[in-house]
Each structure stands twice: as C-alpha cells, then as structure tokens.
Design a protein around this ligand. Structure first.
Ligand SMILES: Nc1nc2c(ncn2[C@@H]2O[C@H](COP(=O)(O)OP(=O)(O)OP(=O)(O)O)[C@@H](O)[C@H]2O)c(=O)[nH]1
Ligand SMILES: [Zn+2]
Length: 206
C-alpha cells in the first residue's frame, strides 16, 4: 500500500497550535490525517498517539468508549511537552466502518460484548491495518516513538512495520465511566489491553 502526502496547514486547537498534514492512500483514495507540534531531530524519540477514528467518541461525545477522552488527553500531553504527533487513522470501528459499528452497538445493547458483537457480524475482533503508519511517520521525520497506548497488539503491529522503533509505552488510561466500564473490562480481559479496571462498578453492557 502506498500513501501520498498532499498538503499541510495550521490547526489551532484548545491545546495550542498544531500543524495538520493530509495523506491519501493511492490504491483506495482513503484519507488520513497527522497532527504535529514542535520540531525534532531524526534520531530523537517523539511522544505520539496512533488514534483510530471513532466518530461517536471523538466528535459526538459518546460515553460508550474511551476514545474521545484518550484523544483529548494525548493532545493535552503533547502540548505540555511542546512536541509530538497524532496519527488520526480513518479506521472507524476497528476497521468495520461506522454503520457496522452501529450494528455492533445494537448487539451490545442486547448483551453481546464488543468482541462477541464483531464475531456475530462476521468480522474479526480487530480489522485494523497499521502498515500505513510507517510511511506517514517517515514523511514526518519520526523513527523512534514514545507511544501513548494501552494496547500491546498496536505496539507489536508497529514494531513489525519496518523502520519504526517504539522506545516506550506511555499509558493512556482515561475516561472510565459507568457507561464504558464493561467495555473497558472486555478490552482488558479479551483483547489484552493494559488497563486496571475494577469489577465492582459493572453496570452490564455498554
Ligand atoms: N467494532 C467496534 N469498534 C469499536 C467499539 N468501540 C470502539 N470501537 C473502535 O475502536 C477503535 C479504537 O480502538 P480501541 O480498542 O478502543 O483502542 P486502541 O486504539 O486499540 O488502543 P489504545 O491505543 O489503548 O486506545 C476506534 O476505531 C473505535 O471506533 C465497538 O464496540 N465495536
Ligand atoms: Zn470510541
């Protein structure tokens, strides 16, 4: 898969001024975005987040997941350091797309957990492809990353993408609430996420 850089612009945000970089995957026309703040040397580890699109959590204030909280926290931390990046990948619903995520949420309303709902719909638990990160990061001059994530599979996928070294995992455990508590428990138990979630606040499905 090849990805083409198209244009950059400024992006003033609540956490300061980022630069926004637009990319297009040549084969599919799929559009992805990177945000950067500050400058770095080629051999310097850079704080960053590889964030998968979640329209509901990132833009519609949903409490069903932790995505919006993680995005906000990552941007805030980058602004505190004065340097870093966000890759905002358009892989909605762990790659199944928005409409299928709504179908999965409907199943979760009926008692399935987030993994079982994907399987019931005929999808793997996670369909994302992180191979596009390597050329995006290379374009930004980033070769070593301090990655904000709780997902060891994401680190593994990144390490398998040649040329990118994850030198540190920076935990990003934020946004636990009664609506997403069961979802976070499921991510810890069934997807291996490094989250310490209590069992005593389980309100059932989310
Ligand atoms: N299919 C499906 N996708 C979901 C669901 N809840 C959130 N998502 C998507 O999951 C993606 C985020 O993945 P997560 O598993 O929350 O976290 P991660 O990015 O793997 O790991 P972190 O770096 O720790 O956040 C986004 O694309 C969301 O749209 C769900 O119930 N079903
Ligand atoms: Zn989400």
């Amino acid at each position: 898969m090849s990805i083409e850089f198209v244009a950059s612009s400024s992006l003033p945000t609540r956490w300061g001024d980022f630069t926004m970089h637009g990319f297009v995957v040549s084969e599919t026309g799929k559009e992805h975005v990177a945000l950067t703040m500050g400058h770095w040397q080629e051999d310097q580890p850079v704080l960053g987040r590889i964030h998968s699109e979640c329209l509901t959590g990132d833009a519609l204030f949903s409490q069903r997941c932790d995505c919006g909280y993680q995005l906000e926290s990552a941007m805030h931390r980058i602004s505190e350091v004065g340097q870093g990046f966000i890759l905002y990948l358009r892989q909605e619903g762990r790659g199944i797309g928005l409409i299928n995520k709504i179908r999965a949420y409907d199943l979760q309303d009926q008692g399935y957990d987030t993994v079982a709902a994907n399987l019931k719909l005929g999808f793997a638990a996670d369909l994302r492809d992180f191979s596009i990160c390597q050329p995006m990061l290379a374009h930004l001059g980033i070769h070593k990353v301090r990655l904000m994530t709780n997902n060891p599979q994401k680190i593994k996928a990144m390490q398998e993408a040649s040329g990118i070294e994850i030198v540190e995992r920076v935990p990003l455990a934020v946004g636990d609430n009664p609506h997403n508590h069961f979802y976070l428990q499921t991510k810890a138990k069934r997807m291996g996420h490094l989250l310490h979630i209590d069992n005593d606040n389980d309100n059932g499905q989310s």
